[in-house]
Design a protein around this ligand. Structure first.
Ligand SMILES: [Zn+2]
Length: 245
């Protein structure tokens, strides 16, 4: 094999460096989405929590209303009892009957004031829960509007990213097409294996090892890198290049 033929099978460091740059751009694009995703998740979580609290407050309010209504009913029953007892008291003929009616009336009046107190407390409870539920409703609607807005931003940002990424991928694929088949296959294998995030790495100092895994470089590999020829890391399989010569 002539030197020219051997050279034709080795891609230039510049072409590989360009591919590595595009890979970094694509990764940066993905990272730019992260703050939106984080904010969206946090906002939605907060909304879910407050929504749950609102649901509980509405349930508590409903129960307090039922309790209050039950006490109102109980109160009117005892008031009817009191009216009947008062009528009976006015109609008594003997002193002992009057005493018995008085005692009964006293008991009923005491019972009524006790129920009135409980009904008042229940009403206060209803009012408090109403206020709480109202405040929560406002907050929940506010939070919902916020996460929906962030969701829209995230969606817009995602489709913007997708468009830019498609351009980058196209550009990278064109560069890969121009590489010797063996090298573009290597690159694709590294990408699809998912083992490494960056298939092509630039070695800044040929004296040190692979910047990806720290694997050592043999002297002849260091020489090749220094001469601008790409090498493969024997440890992680990454394509190594040196752009500093
Ligand atoms: Zn390595």
């Amino acid at each position: 094999m002539s030197e020219e033929e051997a050279g034709a099978k080795t891609p230039s460091a510049a072409a590989l460096s360009e591919i590595a740059r595009i890979d970094r751009e694509i990764r940066d694009l993905r990272r730019r989405l992260e703050p939106f995703e984080t904010r969206f998740r946090a906002e939605k979580e907060r909304w879910e929590k407050e929504n749950e609290a609102w649901r509980s407050a509405k349930k508590a309010l409903e129960e307090a209303r039922l309790e209050e209504r039950a006490l109102e009913r109980e109160l009117s029953e005892w008031e009817e009892k009191r009216n009947r007892e008062e009528a009976r008291y006015r109609a008594v003929k003997t002193e002992s009957a009057a005493k018995a009616a008085e005692k009964e009336l006293g008991f009923i009046i005491e019972k009524i004031s006790e129920i009135e107190e409980r009904a008042f407390e229940a009403l206060e409870c209803v009012e408090r829960f109403e206020k709480e539920a109202d405040a929560l409703e406002t907050r929940v609607k506010d939070l919902e509007a916020r996460w929906r807005k962030t969701g829209e931003e995230l969606e817009a940002e995602t489709s913007r990213k997708r468009e830019i990424e498609e351009d980058f991928v196209r550009e990278r694929d064109e560069l890969l097409e121009k590489l010797p088949a063996e090298w573009s296959r290597r690159y694709r294998t590294l990408v699809t294996s998912g083992r490494v995030e960056d298939p092509v790495l630039e070695v800044e100092d040929t004296g040190s090892g692979c910047p990806g895994c720290g694997g050592r470089l043999l002297p002849k590999e260091r020489t090749a890198l220094a001469a601008g020829r790409p090498e493969l890391c024997r440890e992680c399989g990454r394509i190594l290049i040196s752009v500093l010569r």
